[in-house]
Ligand binder design. Structure first.
Ligand code: COA
Length: 173
């Protein structure tokens, strides 16, 4: 459990999703529905976690869940599979805080990148990631093919800077 203050001054507690707590799953699904027309259901979330994905919960100090981030990891990177903030809490720095936490873990867990896919039409989310230092690396044509129709995905990545090593190399020459 980690207590943080967002960029707009809101108090936030970050903690792992608790599989044994039915409230966590219920709230994740509620926030998911607020965020997406093609929302994943409870079973899909459980399947992701069964396959090794992690879910980070953001809640108020009073314990009401306001956001979540589902992510997978490999030896070298994190991949954000889903992130959503409840409607009433948007634009108060919560996604930024969740992603900043993952960026911090990149250092301690020696990951090089964070990647994700986002719908081309989801300009708000694309702007959010750009603002946090992600770059758009490529397009996956027709990646989303569901009841909403066919849509391209934009692949975005955040790359950890190699500042320390580059600096020491340039000093020794
Ligand atoms: C995208 C989403 C997660 C952003 O969450 P949030 O908590 O509102 O974002 P933050 O307040 O942390 O914003 C961080 C930065 O991104 C920018 N940003 C966030 N939402 C934005 C939007 N809709 N349009 C433009 N810029 C946006 C802000 O400028 C902000 O920086 P600043 O406030 O310092 O200027 C949220 O809108 C959401 O849950 N959307 C529905 C689900 C979704 O689309 N998820 C992403 C799928 S890939």
């Amino acid at each position: 459990m980690k207590r943080l203050t967002t960029s707009t001054g809101a108090q936030l507690v970050l903690r792992p999703f608790e599989k044994t707590n039915p409230v966590d799953l219920r709230e994740v699904v509620r926030i998911e529905r607020e965020g997406y027309a093609d929302a994943w259901d409870a079973e899909t979330f459980l399947d992701f976690m069964e396959e090794g994905s992690h879910c980070m919960i953001a809640e108020s100090p009073e314990g009401s869940i306001v956001a979540f981030m589902l992510y997978a990891e490999t030896k070298t990177k994190f991949h954000i599979e889903d992130i959503a903030v409840q409607l009433a809490s948007r634009r108060s720095g919560i996604a930024k805080t969740l992603i900043a936490e993952l960026m911090e873990r990149m250092v301690t867990e020696n990951k090089r990148r964070i990647s994700l896919e986002v719908r081309k039409s989801n300009q708000g989310a694309r702007d959010c990631y750009l603002r946090l230092g992600f770059i758009e690396t490529r397009i996956k044509v027709g990646y989303y093919d569901d009841e909403l129709g066919v849509e391209d995905a934009v692949v975005m990545e955040y790359r950890r800077a190699k500042v320390a090593r580059a600096a020491s190399r340039s000093r020794s020459r």
